[in-house]
Design a protein around this ligand. Structure first.
Ligand code: DHE
Length: 547
């Protein structure tokens, strides 16, 4: 008997069989409808991002029933409880899931996945809410906020963002958004702030109003992670674009109103083997500074799409064959080259956004590169380089990005640094800083996940530069739970960096501000409204792609 089989037998006597469960087949493990609903919600909130709605895998391993039934109930239960250093969070031992929830999830994974509904223009239009039309908005800035130094902070589990003043550290406004806003991005003019929830709800916030206010909202699907706006000269603030995980597609919207204009499905062939994939999810999207194009990264099929927005009715899309499992990335310091991690393939794809083609695929040598937008450093030996850390190990690699000035180093790993441990998500620096900051929020060791490693750029001429550890959680004075320190973000001046101390929903969280010049604690922002802070986006740096 397989473990799934024996578990089924045991449950048969306990569970109440409900045949409304999609995909249910005779012999499947038994769940009540209530348990199934709980599992569905947890899967959507915690698991689908890495493993996919149809569970075909990407950042996380595939969890289709041929695999899960082989692994069996006990294995799944242990894996969910303890996690792995390769990046699977320790949902049980961190206290984020109860034993009962883990039991439900382990059974749920033995069932066939359910396919959520499609989402077309009519659905989007129905959800579209233009609260303040452009003609009713102010023609000049009506507040005295220093907008450029405002931070938009994701309050993940409360479905909000906090707008925090970068000088006074005061919360200026809390705005209701979609659930677990993944990123905030700015319009090219700096006036509008766009957020996208994991639930694919987009908010367009006008920072010129007396109080920053949502002026338009739209729901684009079931699951999403990316949003961007047109940045090419002459096209500023004209269009917004968002990518969804489910349904697998991207949507171009009017940049003033969020009215949906064009939906493009990403379903199709995997770039190399040319077999059909039903769920090629849209990962990072950036806006070119060299052409009127959005750069759309499609995860499962490994394609980078250059979507030209000059003529949307006769849309021209350049399809670049790159590598599977494209995830996140950013520009080099000149903003001409875009570097994106094909994370489960251990590679960085480099696109020349001026010429519109793939330049190279760089093997990082580490396990699962995860750069965020990466970090641009002027290296004492190798010249301009771009950095990424890894989810699966402690390596941080530096890749040469200057084919003109340093052709011998261009698109090669020129140096590998060794940070605190696996589970890193983001690296960060600033053009005026001598430091490279590396987090490790998914490391199972609380001391590691609660700290930041800092390398000095002027010491990178040494063979094995050492790092300094900043004990951020300790500085925050947060003593409960296993808070994870995540995603550094600089202020506009580039002389301080903010880190989120991301704790459980019912526990104390904080934001810690570090003086970049002295590496000393500058301030701790605590407020009962700061629930599960994760990503932070400084308006000026986000708008100008400074990282
Ligand atoms: Fe993210 C960026 C997807 C988990 C916080 N994340 C991104 C991007 C993608 C992505 C595609 C790039 C967007 C862009 O630039 O257009 N993230 C995913 C996932 O699929 C994944 C692995 C699993 C999931 O279920 O969502 C995932 N991400 C997380 C988290 O657990 C984090 C730490 C907290 C959270 O809010 O869920 C998290 N992701 C972030 C942040 C960025 C991000 C803060 C933007 C970084 C930046 O500096 O631009």
């Amino acid at each position: 008997d397989s473990p799934a089989g024996s578990y089924t037998a045991e449950l048969d006597t306990l569970g109440e069989l409900n045949l409304e469960i999609p995909g249910f087949k005779p012999g499947d493990p038994v769940m009540t409808q209530e348990e199934y609903n709980i599992a569905n919600q947890i899967y959507f909130q915690r698991c689908a991002g890495c493993h996919g709605v149809l569970r075909k895998g990407a950042t996380g391993k595939p969890l289709t029933t041929d695999i899960t039934r082989d692994l069996g109930y006990e294995h799944l239960e242990a894996f969910i409880t303890y996690g792995s250093p390769a990046g699977m969070p320790n949902w049980g031992t961190s206290g984020e899931m109860t034993e009962e929830e883990i039991g439900i999830m382990s059974r749920y994974l033995l069932l066939e996945p359910a396919q959520p509904p499609e989402y077309g223009l009519a659905d989007m239009r129905e959800s579209w809410n233009l609260m303040v039309p452009p003609e009713a908005r102010p023609t000049e800035k009506m507040n005295d906020l220093n907008i450029d130094n405002l931070f938009s902070v994701t309050l993940r589990d409360s479905g909000q963002v906090a707008l925090i003043n970068g000088s006074s550290y005061e919360i200026e406004k809390i705005i209701d958004t979609g659930y677990a806003v993944h990123i905030s991005r700015m319009s090219a003019s700096g006036r509008y702030l766009f957020t996208i929830g994991r639930d694919a709800l987009v908010n367009m916030i006008d920072l010129w109003m007396e109080e920053p206010t949502t002026v338009a909202q739209i729901k684009l699907g079931q699951e999403a992670r990316s949003i961007e706006t047109s940045k090419m000269e002459g096209w500023e603030d004209k269009y917004a674009i968002a990518g969804t995980y489910w349904p697998p597609q991207y949507v171009i919207m009017d940049g003033d109103t969020l009215e949906p204009i064009k939906i493009k499905s990403t379903r199709g062939m995997i770039y190399d083997e040319q077999t059909y994939h039903p769920e090629p999810r849209v990962a990072a999207i950036v806006a070119s500074h060299y052409r009127p194009e959005f750069i759309v990264n499609v995860k499962e099929t490994g394609k980078i799409l250059l979507v030209n927005y000059e003529d949307i009715e006769n849309l021209q899309v350049t399809e670049i064959e790159a590598e599977r499992f494209l995830h996140d990335g950013g520009f080099d310091s000149t903003k001409r080259y875009f570097l994106v991690a094909a994370n489960a393939r251990g590679k960085i794809a480099v696109v020349d956004t001026k010429e519109g083609k793939l330049v190279d695929l760089v093997e990082t040598g580490g396990m699962t590169p995860h750069p965020g937008r990466g970090a641009n450093i002027d290296h004492p030996v190798y010249g301009p380089v771009w950095a990424t850390s890894h989810l699966g190990d402690e390596s941080v690699v530096l890749i040469g990005t200057d084919p003109e000035g340093h052709p011998e180093h261009a698109w090669k790993v020129v140096q590998t640094l060794w940070a605190m441990g696996g589970g890193s998500l983001f690296v960060k620096t600033h053009p005026t800083s001598n430091h490279l900051y590396v987090d490790a929020p998914l490391n199972p060791d609380a001391e590691v996940s609660g700290s930041i490693a800092v390398f000095k750029i002027d010491e990178m001429d040494q063979e094995e530069p050492e790092y300094e550890v900043l004990p951020i959680v300790e500085w925050a004075g947060v003593t409960e739970g296993q808070p994870r320190v995540v995603q550094g973000e600089f202020n506009k001046a580039g002389d301080e960096i903010w880190f989120s101390v991301w704790n459980g929903k019912d526990m104390e969280s904080a934001i810690v501000v570090v003086d970049d010049r002295t590496l000393e604690l500058k301030s701790v922002i605590k407020d009962e409204r700061l629930i599960t802070p994760t990503g932070k986006f400084n308006v000026f740096n986000t708008r100008n792609d400074i990282y």
